[in-house]
Design a protein around this ligand. Structure first.
Ligand code: FAD
Length: 451
């Protein structure tokens, strides 16, 4: 039987990586992509820098337009088309043309779901009010940009101290807007251990963000349908504009309605080839689940790195090849103004839950030789298993040049290296880049004594 038509739902990182890969490997395939927003292949990661004014135009964040996909790849990418329903039995999707206001059914031989994720917002009173913004699509960023120009807000409140919340706080600082941040936990960035999160909280305070830690959002104050404040269990913060930074949830509703099994955090369950148990339906990116390579357990992470790789893997398989996505160790990097933040592997909280015996070391060092101009502070925390000495994770907070050191830690964690093996790595050194002992190795030297 010929399997000629591939339909992709979602025209960004995962969907378009897959579609482009299929086209490179298979000249004949008919490829249709339905994307409900007005853009394809954009960088959501760049939105905070567009909103903050560092990136001038929204178009700068678009990598490939539908016209490029049509002319260069012969991919029929239809923007402003929303898939409303999947009919797995009939092998078709119900699509709404959002411009024409019409609906139609489109058949598929293979279907890739790449619908991404949406910002989490608790169902508190006022949650639907205008003036509350979450970011996911390019259009969502354009909406914020326009609101800032139109309304010239003076006070912003960010609810949630995840990395998108942090980046939005930075964007507001860049624009000279007073910003407060409300966080449920004891420190911002719950993807770090609290001792490292405290360094990030401090960095936020130093750039002028007012923090309200250990406070829970209970409602939004609303007047005339518009949010005028954020109400926590302790106070009301007046706001001209509100941002959501409480993490994201997978857009898996279509899959769920079609009877596909969901896993971690409601993400679509897939195998390592990105295939769902429903043979001809595949999923990739923020809408799907993956595996934590350290624990071997199902895991949910919404990152562009992962989405691009999963899309490519799905594309190879959809073109008849054989590729697998092995999972993640949870590597991520961000920054708040001049302070860089990075993490990989497991947290103390997770290790306690797993009942693994572990040790930690936290050290302070410099990003460059101490005498070299621009040397800044860097704090490195490493975690390892007692007994085996296996490295299990690391977190880094520091000045320019600090964050990308996490890639050494991530590589070591992925390879299952011991702390001693990290010490033995032949890492580079010259005064503009590092002290003689790289900060990661200084931390490893402390840690080896404990494992
Ligand atoms: P998406 O990019 O969300 O694309 C899904 C697409 O599907 C959307 O365009 C959506 O409109 C469309 N869609 C959904 N439902 C339907 C439907 N029913 N019919 C038709 N179309 C539909 N990651 C990093 O690795 N590093 C970073 O620094 C980073 N920074 C970020 C900053 C921000 C502000 C945001 C929002 C995200 C950031 N990310 C970052 C995450 C990264 O952008 C995502 O992981 C990545 O875009 C996921 O790609 P995706 O294709 O799975 O989903």
């Amino acid at each position: 039987m010929s399997r000629n038509r591939l339909v992709v739902i979602g025209g960004d990182a995962a969907g378009m990586s897959a579609a482009a890969k299929v086209r490179r490997l298979d000249e004949q395939r008919e490829i249709i992509v339905f994307e409900r927003s007005p853009h394809t292949s954009y960088s959501a990661c760049g939105l905070p820098y567009y909103i903050g004014g560092l990136v001038e135009a929204a178009d700068d964040l678009v990598e490939r337009t539908p016209a490029t996909f049509r002319d260069k790849y012969r991919i029929d990418a239809r923007i402003r088309h929303e898939v409303m329903e999947i009919d797995p039995g009939g092998g078709r999707v119900r699509v709404r043309d959002l411009e024409a206001g019409k609906e139609f059914w489109e058949g598929y031989d293979d279907l890739l779901i790449a619908t991404g994720a949406h910002p989490r917002c608790p169902e508190v009173p006022g949650a639907g009010a205008r003036g509350i913004y979450g970011l996911n699509t390019l259009q969502s960023g354009i909406n914020v940009h326009q609101a800032l120009a139109r309304e010239a807000p003076r006070r912003a409140v960010v609810v949630g101290g995840g990395y998108i919340g942090l980046e939005m706080a930075e964007a507001m600082i860049e624009r000279g807007i007073a910003v407060s941040l409300v966080q449920r936990g004891p420190e911002v960035m719950s993807t770090l251990d609290p001792d490292m999160g405290a360094l990030v909280s401090q960095a936020l305070r130093e750039v002028g963000v007012t923090l309200y830690l250990k406070e829970v959002l209970t409602a939004f104050a609303v007047a005339g349908g518009r949010a005028t404040g954020v109400i926590t269990d302790r106070r009301t913060l007046e706001a001209d504009i509100v941002f959501l930074g409480m993490g994201v949830l997978p857009n898996s509703q279509l899959a769920e309605a079609a009877g596909l099994p969901l896993g971690e955090k409601g993400a679509i369950r897939v195998d390592t080839r990105q295939r769902t148990p429903r043979g001809r339906i595949w999923a990739a990116g923020d809408c799907g689940e993956t595996v934590n390579r350290i624990t071997g357990k199902p895991f949910y992470v919404a990152l562009g790195t992962v989405a691009n790789k999963q899309g490519t893997v799905a594309g190879i398989n959809l073109a008849g090849g054989d590729a697998t996505f092995p999972g993640v160790v949870g590597t991520a990097v961000s920054k708040i103004c001049a302070v860089e933040v990075a993490r990989t592997g497991l947290l103390e909280r997770e290790l306690r839950e797993l009942e693994w015996d572990y040790a930690t070391a936290v050290i302070e060092s410099r990003t460059r030789a101490g005498y070299y101009p621009g040397a800044g502070k860097v704090t490195v925390k490493l975690l390892a298993q007692k007994g085996s000495g296996r490295l299990l994770g690391g977190q880094i907070v520091g000045r320019e040049g600090a964050a990308k050191r996490i890639d050494v830690v991530a590589t070591a964690v992925t390879a299952g290296m011991t702390v001693q093996e990290v010490i033995d790595l032949d890492l580079s050194y010259a005064p503009p880049f590092s002290p003689v002992w790289d900060p990661v190795q200084i931390a490893a030297r402390q840690l080896v004594k404990k494992v």
